[in-house]
Design a binder for this molecule. Structure first.
Ligand SMILES: Nc1ncnc2c1ncn2[C@@H]1O[C@H](COP(=O)(O)OP(=O)(O)OP(=O)(O)O)[C@@H](O)[C@H]1O
Ligand SMILES: [Mg+2]
Length: 460
């Protein structure tokens, strides 16, 4: 893509010289000799960069710069002046000029500055794009009543610097909630550090949390910073808190009380300023009763308790989550997005989701990869989600049969068709389910006119 540069300068010689070298470098240029001329061009054309002289016949370049910055032109502006003084340079920089060049101009310097400015703009745009995508990926999707309530509480709780205990079933989005709290908090420009207490072996957790000094234990070959220290100024997310041993709980409790601790093997205390968020899918009150969790630690952690509702409690969100994940995976796989049919949406909305949002998300990833068409149909859903088939007798309702053989055949035909569909058309699996030989099943399918036509087609 060719970049367009606007040259704003009252001296014809300078305009021509700049146009020439920029052209040589592969840029397109346009020129304006006055403020009004520049304004007109900026309003009607688009440019990727402007070179702006300070002294113009009908006004001050710095005033024009200010006007440009307040909405007329958002791309980089390089200010050029033959009457440079520090004041102007400072003012130009403060107003957001990319750079300030003095006349007489060094041509190589001009070219370099233009290159840098364009490169920096490109990188900023990419970064912005990336962070928008990240933000979208990390945002809590859902506008059901329970989610609205959660978002409201979350926004308020985030502002206070208090500790928050996030509870909820597996895959409900507890970690996402923790990240959101951090993002909305005063600590957002500092680190967010997550520790999964269940994933770290008991003998390593203290060193993981508090760090250690060289030689503190076998294998500690150098000093290591702990998570508490890494999160200094920011937020530490203790996930699966119920999986921490009582001994570690005691140490964590002390840090929460004193905001200081000693790394393993060290006697010098380290002071930190950390906000702790904790999460669990267990009922901590029951864990306290069972003697597995310290009550005093519970009260320290649960200054504000937040419960993330299960997906079954907010079925209204299922369609919007479904589309959100389909779009997400389409982007990630670089494929066109697929849409669910109406009956698929209904089936998903009525399904029981023990694995909550994570389970729905995984299913959408699978469907994005495995579904051949643009629309996801009922037959594309795994049998476990399509739900139990209607009772085989129900399809025979209202039919009348003469002989016992007729009735038996009608039932057999229907039952085989149903099991075949449940096995997604896989004959071998259907034969196993029915407890018959594969060849025998094939014969029956032929007799009853089933198989590729009678049920959903064999995908293999
Ligand atoms: N409301 C939501 N909107 C969008 N994505 C969500 C939502 N809730 C959860 N997710 C996604 O579902 C997945 C599971 O969420 P997360 O890891 O936060 O759950 P969790 O409650 O911490 O689960 P676990 O108890 O298993 O650790 C993540 O990929 C997350 O991005
Ligand atoms: Mg989690």
């Amino acid at each position: 893509m060719t970049h367009r540069v606007l040259i704003i300068d009252d001296e014809e010689g300078i305009r021509e010289m700049l146009a020439e070298i920029l052209l040589d470098e592969g840029y397109e240029t346009a020129a304006a000799a006055s403020v009004s001329d520049a304004r007109k061009r900026l309003e009607t054309e688009s440019f990727d960069l402007a070179l702006l002289d300070v002294w113009l016949p009908d006004g001050d370049g710095i005033d024009l710069l200010q006007e440009m910055r307040s909405g007329l032109f958002e791309q980089p502006v390089v200010v050029v002046s033959g009457h440079a003084n520090i004041d102007t340079a400072v003012k130009a920089t403060r107003l957001g000029a990319f750079d300030f060049l003095e006349k007489p101009l060094s041509l190589s310097r001009v070219v370099l500055t233009v290159q840098h400015a364009l490169e920096q703009t490109r990188m900023q745009r990419e970064l912005q794009d990336l962070s928008n995508r990240l933000e979208k990926r990390e945002s809590l999707v859902g506008d059901s009543e329970p989610m609205e309530q959660l978002s409201e509480m979350l926004a308020t709780a985030a502002q206070a610097d208090s500790r928050i205990l996030i509870s909820g079933e597996n895959g409900t989005g507890k970690e996402l909630v923790a990240r959101q709290i951090h993002r909305l908090s005063k600590r957002s420009s500092h680190p967010f550090v997550a520790v999964n207490c269940a994933a770290i072996p008991e003998e390593l957790i203290e060193s993981e949390l508090f760090g250690h000094v060289k030689g503190a234990f076998t294998g500690a070959s150098s000093d290591r910073q702990g998570r508490f220290q890494q999160a200094d100024g920011g937020t530490l997310f203790l996930d699966e808190i119920a999986d921490m041993s009582l001994k570690t709980q005691a140490k964590v409790l002390r840090v929460l009380e004193e905001q200081r601790f000693e790394p393993v093997g060290d006697t010098k205390a380290v002071e930190v300023d950390v906000r702790v968020l904790a999460a669990t899918n267990k009922n901590l009150l029951e864990e306290i009763d069972a003697g597995n969790f310290r009550e005093d630690l519970y009260f320290r952690l649960a200054v504000i308790p937040l419960r993330v509702p299960s997906l079954n409690e907010r079925r209204d969100d299922i369609p919007i989550l479904t589309e959100h994940f389909l779009e997400h995976f389409a982007r990630e796989l670089g494929r066109p997005v697929k849409r669910p049919s109406q009956d698929v949406l209904e089936t998903l909305s009525n399904h029981d989701w023990p694995g909550n949002v994570r389970e729905l998300r995984n299913l959408m990833e699978r469907l994005m990869i495995m579904t051949p068409g643009e629309t996801i149909e009922l037959a594309d859903l795994p049998a476990s989600v399509r739900g139990p088939s209607p009772h085989p007798f129900s399809a025979l309702d209202g039919e009348s049969f003469g002989s016992l053989k007729e009735a038996r055949d009608a039932f057999e035909r229907h039952y085989i068709a149903q099991q075949l569909a449940a096995c997604e058309g896989n004959v071998t699996r259907t034969a196993q389910v029915l407890g018959v030989e594969r060849s025998n099943l094939h014969r029956k399918l032929k007799t009853y006119g089933l198989g590729a036509h009678g049920a959903s087609p064999d995908p293999k």
